[in-house]
Design a protein around this ligand. Structure first.
Ligand code: ACO
Length: 432
């Protein structure tokens, strides 16, 4: 919905420019600058996209000042309490909560797409034994495009839907196989009698000689973590998926690009980085030293799991996870877990510190997710992989939304050129 009559002053030419203002259903107004360059020859400059909305979207709403997160209008707190991950996946993909028969059908489809092509399994053997599972994920997910030529027509809505189902279904299988490769154990096949989350645990922890019974609280915790990580509007990895997709690349290649972007410690890699940081701090007596390091501008160290580009108030997902963290540690791990004690003390000190208060740096979702995964015996290098499994439905929903948008065109930012002005080529023997 747009309204005309917004004016800005353009200094050099001393003229006023009419720009349209877009009014969202919720959230701040946005100035539409799409015709600014065409009509006025002026670019906008916004490194890091601090003030830029890159698209219209109907999937997820965040109010960072108020700590609000909604999927398709439903508050995250309600979904976290009452929904199953596949129900939320359906909601993100199709826009509405499924009724019972729609959910059964969706569950059936996802369950029956979990197997990998036998030839794909050979890819894992090509990786060094100690390859990081995220490196394997980037490669293997990208390679799926070499297996599904039957459904790669991105202009065919049914093909797009089949690819979406395949990606959501196969991610846990690929993730578990990456882990098995990393610990030199044989790949375990999916079990169609298990739920999405229980099946993932089974594929990670069963062996051909020993069955594995997933613990119900572990399944509940994974279900919750996956719901909380399922989508987060135009974050770095989702924007990467959209940008890759805008060139009409196939969905498997786009999701591989998203996984690569997620890997960084400023984004999804933070959950692994939090545990590494807690290990490095080691003891309550070292906390003050590390808080001082985080505040020192000459020191690159940051408190991992703190701060967020959008949330300038407590991350609502962190609130929900804090409760689950206590439950899991009490019931599944040593209740005197020193890691959690350290994390709570760090949180307590940071939340009182002027530096963090002034900059509105609160714990984010990944401050707790790593601690829970650790209590479930999931190794540190798999934390970001778990995030990638959960976020696949978000990436795919945004890709589907973008591909069905008639206004969709290639994403192509411009730049402010600051290099050398034009100069003539100097032959090699004339250069000083
Ligand atoms: N520790 C110490 N200082 C911090 C931290 C931190 N974790 N985060 C931000 N700051 C400081 C910055 O140094 C800066 O200070 P200044 O104004 O004095 O220069 C100020 O807070 C603003 O920080 P920016 O880097 O400008 O904020 P931005 O929005 O670009 O970054 C980010 C957000 C990347 C999440 C950042 O807070 C960070 O690096 N956090 C740690 C990594 C992390 O937990 N990432 C996970 C995010 S959640 C997710 O992706 C699922």
């Amino acid at each position: 919905m747009t309204e005309k009559h917004y004016l800005i002053q353009e200094d050099t030419a001393q003229k006023k420019i009419d720009l349209e203002v877009m009014k969202p259903v919720q959230g701040p107004l946005a100035v539409d600058v799409t015709k600014l360059y065409r009509d006025q020859g002026i670019l906008t400059y916004d490194p890091g996209f601090m003030s830029t909305a890159s698209c219209e979207s109907s999937i997820t709403y965040i109010d960072g000042e108020a700590g609000v997160l909604e999927y398709r209008g439903y508050p995250i707190e309600q979904l976290a309490k009452q929904a199953d991950y596949l129900e939320v996946a359906y909601l993100l993909l199709y826009g509405e909560l499924p009724n019972r028969s729609q959910l059964l059908e969706f569950d059936h489809i996802i369950t029956h797409h979990t197997m990998l092509n036998e030839n794909l399994k050979d890819f894992f053997g090509g990786f060094h034994y100690d390859a990081h599972p995220m490196a394997i994920m980037v490669g293997v997910v990208g390679s799926l495009s070499a297996f599904y030529h039957d459904s790669l027509d991105i202009n065919n809505p049914r093909h797009r839907e089949i690819s979406a189902h395949r990606l959501i279904a196969k991610m846990p299988t690929i993730a578990a196989a990456s882990y098995k490769h990393n610990i030199s154990e044989p790949i375990v096949y999916p079990d169609n009698d298990l739920s999405y989350c229980a099946n993932l645990l089974q594929m990670m922890f069963a062996t051909p000689c020993e069955q594995y019974q997933p613990n119900p609280l572990a399944v509940e915790a994974i279900n919750l973590l996956f719901i909380l990580h399922a989508d987060h509007e135009q974050n770095a990895s989702t924007s990467t998926v959209r940008l890759a997709g805008s060139s009409q690349a196939n969905p498997f290649a786009c999701i591989a690009a998203g996984i690569a972007s997620l890997w960084g410690p400023a984004h999804g890699g933070a959950n692994e980085a939090v545990l590494n940081m807690l290990t490095e701090i080691g003891d309550l007596s070292n906390i003050d030293k590390y808080i001082a390091k985080a505040k020192d501008k000459k020191d690159p160290f940051r408190l991992m799991g703190f701060g967020h580009r959008v949330y300038k108030y407590y991350d609502p997902r962190a609130n929900i996870l804090r409760e689950m963290c206590t439950k899991v540690l009490n019931e599944l791990a040593d209740s005197n877990n020193p890691m959690f004690e350290l994390a709570l003390k760090l949180e307590e000190i940071a939340l009182k510190d002027e530096y963090f208060l002034q900059r509105k740096l609160y714990p984010n979702v990944d401050f707790y997710s790593g601690i829970i995964y650790r209590a479930l015996n999931i190794p540190n290098n798999m934390f970001t992989v778990m995030f990638a499994i959960a976020r696949t439905v978000g990436w795919v929903s945004h890709w589907l939304e973008m591909m069905s948008d008639p206004l969709q065109r290639i994403g192509r930012p411009r730049q402010i050129y600051m290099g050398s002005p034009r100069r003539d080529f100097v032959p090699l023997d004339e250069r000083s």
